[in-house]
Write a protein that binds this ligand. Structure first.
Ligand code: NAD
Length: 482
């Protein structure tokens, strides 16, 4: 267990009023840790530490290659502590240890390693200004935006924290990060490893606490220059309203209701496995989960049967069992939310192909569930469920299905299964989504900008675009006397 105190500079502190939050193992419901319930007071202390670190220039003005070395050392520290981090993530979030080891921890390592490179590559430009005919030298530089507030959710607690922290560090920012109150443990451990890697104190501060207290205080704080948020669209909208008071910069990675499109000419076995993993991996608690399945009518029954078979083959279990494919949902509240959607789906007349129950009795499990032929206006088709629930519908017209796929307020991701290269790329052009995968799903990489259109977010994370969103452009123009 990491030190569970709020991290301000290099010091661990309790919440001033002594309140704590219970951290649960979702496979058993047992309390495994307590973390402080930080609020405005702790956020203020953390912002002060981050501001001091930013202005001391110990980080933003460090030699870029030295900054790169520290970021790379954090990657190495995560690698060296992979087993421990994966176990911690499993106890905290419920996911299988072997999944955390194969996906979450490598994602954290990769982003720090990738962003280490960017620390020495953020360049500017010379502006070829015409002006008034006199001689000018004009250039634009990218400066770190300052002190950033980062708020992350509970579905990929380590990877989401790593994506945000590594990118902000590469740009030279200092950070106050608030993990989800449901899964705070790996972010706290990551911060310990960052200090061990030589990150100067105050550059990364972690305030545990509830969203409406610590999160809200972070968004309201006048000392924060940018809020980077990953979470629900509902909270994202609240953050925009609050941040508008002082026009803080805001980037948002929000929810989704992503479609899978399977055409009759696809490799149908691969497509069925791909579509099943696209919704059920991490028990459906994935922002980019493809929760709507559209299949060309001539192969609809065959594909649906294939996806159902794959779903039925997934073993539900606690995260420490090496045979577990699907862990519990993160909390009782999340389990109940998903079960309520399943009840609504049944009540709206959609046919259950598989699942619909809770599986093993102990822990917050929900079976992988597939609804066929739902009413297109039903809540299960329109709303993000954030659980292992798929809705499947046949289509006849390839143009019409693109319209149907786009008929949502979200636009995070989509996937297409076909062997026809032109169809694949033309469909990708027409889909309203931040990311489109062809004959695969979920391949995220630190080099590929990730984010959503419409109500799935603002801005992009990772890649060059992600780094630049942690900078402001300054133009300097000098009149040359000749
Ligand atoms: P959430 O919006 O409830 O909470 C996310 C974070 O925001 C938590 O740390 C929470 O404490 C904090 N928060 C809550 N209210 C706040 C407030 N008023 N002010 C400031 N902070 C506040 O989301 P969740 O339930 O933790 O996560 C699930 C959601 O996250 C889903 O909608 C999912 O699609 C989305 N998500 C998106 C991405 C992406 O990259 N687009 C990735 C993962 C999750």
């Amino acid at each position: 267990m990491p030190d569970t105190g709020i991290l301000i500079g290099a010091h661990r502190v309790a919440a001033g009023d002594g309140r704590t939050i219970e951290v649960e193992d979702p496979a058993t419901g047992k309390i495994i840790a307590h973390v402080p319930a930080g609020g405005a007071h702790e956020v203020d202390a953390a912002v002060t530490a981050a501001r001091k670190a930013f202005e001391s220039r110990a980080w933003s003005r460090m030699r870029p290659l030295d900054r790169a070395r520290i970021i790379e050392t954090i990657a190495r520290k995560i690698e060296e502590n992979a087993a421990e981090l994966a176990l911690l993530e499993s106890y905290d979030n419920g996911k299988a240890v072997h999944h955390a080891l194969a996906v979450d921890v490598p994602a954290a390592v990769d982003i720090f390693r990738y962003m280490a490179g960017w620390a020495s590559k953020i360049a500017g430009q010379v502006n070829p200004i015409s002006g008034d005919g006199r001689q000018y030298h004009s250039y634009s530089v990218r400066e770190p935006i300052g002190v950033v507030g980062q708020i992350v959710p509970w579905n990929y607690p380590l990877a989401m924290a790593a994506w945000k922290i590594a990118t902000a560090l590469a740009a030279g920012c200092t950070i106050v990060l608030k993990p989800s109150e449901v899964t705070p443990l790996t972010a706290l451990r990551l911060a310990e490893l960052a200090l061990e890697a030589g990150l100067p104190e105050g550059v990364l501060n972690i305030v545990t606490g509830y969203g409406h207290e610590a999160g809200q205080a972070l968004v309201e704080h006048p000392g924060i220059d940018k809020i980077a948020f990953t979470g629900s669209t509902r909270v994202g909208k609240q953050i925009v309203q609050t941040a508008a008071r002082d026009l803080k910069r805001v980037t948002l990675e929000l929810g989704g209701k992503s479609p899978s499109l399977i055409f009759a000419d696809a490799d149908l076995d691969k497509a069925a496995i791909g579509a099943a993993l696209a919704i059920f991996f991490n028990s459906g608690q994935v922002c980019l989960a493809a929760s709507r399945l559209y299949v060309e009518r001539s192969v609809y029954d065959q594909v649906l049967e294939g996806v159902a078979k794959v779903a039925q083959s997934f073993k539900l279990g606690h995260g420490r069992d090496p045979d577990t494919m699907l862990g519990p949902l993160v909390s009782r509240a999340q389990q109940q939310r998903v079960l309520d959607y399943i009840d609504q789906g049944r009540a709206a007349g959609a046919e259950i192909v598989t699942g619909g129950g809770t599986g093993p009795t102990e822990g917050y499990f929900v079976e992988p569930t597939i609804f066929a032929n739902p009413d297109p206006d039903a809540a299960i088709v329109r709303e993000e469920i954030f659980g292992p629930v798929l809705v499947a519908t046949p289509f006849d017209d390839p143009e019409e299905v693109i319209k149907t796929a786009n008929n949502t307020r979200y636009g995070l991701a989509a996937n297409i299964w076909t062997r026809d290269l032109s169809r694949a790329h033309l469909t990708a052009r027409k889909l309203q989504a931040g990311t489109v995968w062809i004959n695969t799903h979920g391949m995220n990489d630190p080099s590929a900008p990730f984010g959503g259109v419409k109500e799935s977010g603002w801005g992009r994370e990772v890649g060059e675009e992600g780094v630049l969103l942690y900078t402001e452009t300054k133009t300097v123009t000098a009149l040359l006397d000749d």
